[in-house]
Design a protein around this ligand. Structure first.
Ligand code: HEC
Length: 242
């Protein structure tokens, strides 16, 4: 089923429209300071191409009570999202209410204070796995940028670094899409990776040790589309990645 949806979306969404216009999201101080928004907003933007930024005032607002849709909770406060009747804002709300959005909220570990919970008894709007990128472009990009270390497929079977998991191995993991979406924060990548509009520039004291890997969010989306169609390695036993 997952594959059917995926393959279908790949054809339907082959040419993404990449909107650069930002939407502002206002939130109470404790939410801003927790770092939650910095965790979830780039992930949403990556998925959809819709840029949402934390702001003093904005088209959208998170507030400590109704009206709005209850989206997450912490310390017995239920935060509600208030939006306007706008397609991109609806998309953001639907994503926050989807399983993926909830997991993204719950996977955030605040530096202080408890975690946010997103488990409410409300009718969640089903989100299909929607990958907007171009798989053929993604293959080229993967070969150029990731193929330096990873075996991405028969294309560079002989050239990967032995210690680096192949894309087929990674693809076989149940949460492969989350790992790939966030690869730039997972070691060893942060030391040498720049994603336009998401990662801060390298610290001048700690320049990239190797030729930097620099791609755009749209290019990462294309890589995801490629990985989505890579066949998972048939390895029998469940995988463990250290
Ligand atoms: C300089 C070498 C290098 C490059 C370039 C590189 N990777 Fe990796 N990558 C690694 C290594 C090494 C690991 C294994 C890390 C580990 O096991 O802790 C890894 C692991 C991963 C993982 C799994 C991470 C986890 O913790 O679950 C993903 C996903 C990934 N890489 C994606 C990519 C993508 C996508 C690209 C290209 C855009 C890329 N990598 C480019 C070296 C590289």
């Amino acid at each position: 089923m997952r594959c059917v949806l995926l393959c279908l979306s790949l054809t339907l969404y082959a040419s993404p429209s990449w909107s650069q216009e930002e939407l502002g999201l206002a939130a109470p101080d404790e939410v801003q300071q927790s770092g939650l928004l910095k965790h979830i907003l780039p992930r949403f933007s990556l998925k959809t191409g819709i840029r949402v930024v934390a702001a003093e005032t904005g088209e959208m607002e998170l507030a400590v009570g109704p009206p709005g849709d209850p989206v997450f909770e912490r310390d017995a406060i239920i935060y509600h999202l208030r939006i306007e009747d706008d397609a991109r804002q609806l998309r953001f709300r639907d994503w926050l209410l989807s399983d993926i959005g909830k997991r993204t909220v719950e996977s955030f570990a605040p530096a202080d204070g408890g975690a946010f919970s997103a488990s409410f008894e409300i009718t969640a709007i089903e989100e299909e796995i929607e990958i907007d990128g171009d798989a053929a472009l993604g293959e080229e990009l993967s070969l150029t940028h990731c193929g330096r270390c990873h075996v991405i497929g028969p294309q560079n079977r002989m050239n990967g670094l032995g210690s680096t998991p192949s894309f087929a191995v990674l693809r076989a993991m149940p949460d492969w899409s989350e790992r790939f979406e966030a690869f730039y924060v997972l070691n060893p990548h942060p030391a040498f990776t720049q994603i336009e509009g998401i990662t801060p520039p390298f610290d001048p004291q700690r320049p990239s040790p190797i030729f930097p890997l620099a791609i755009t969010q749209e290019e990462l989306e294309a890589i995801l589309a490629f990985v989505a169609v890579v066949s998972a390695a048939d390895l029998g036993a469940p995988l463990q990645l250290q």
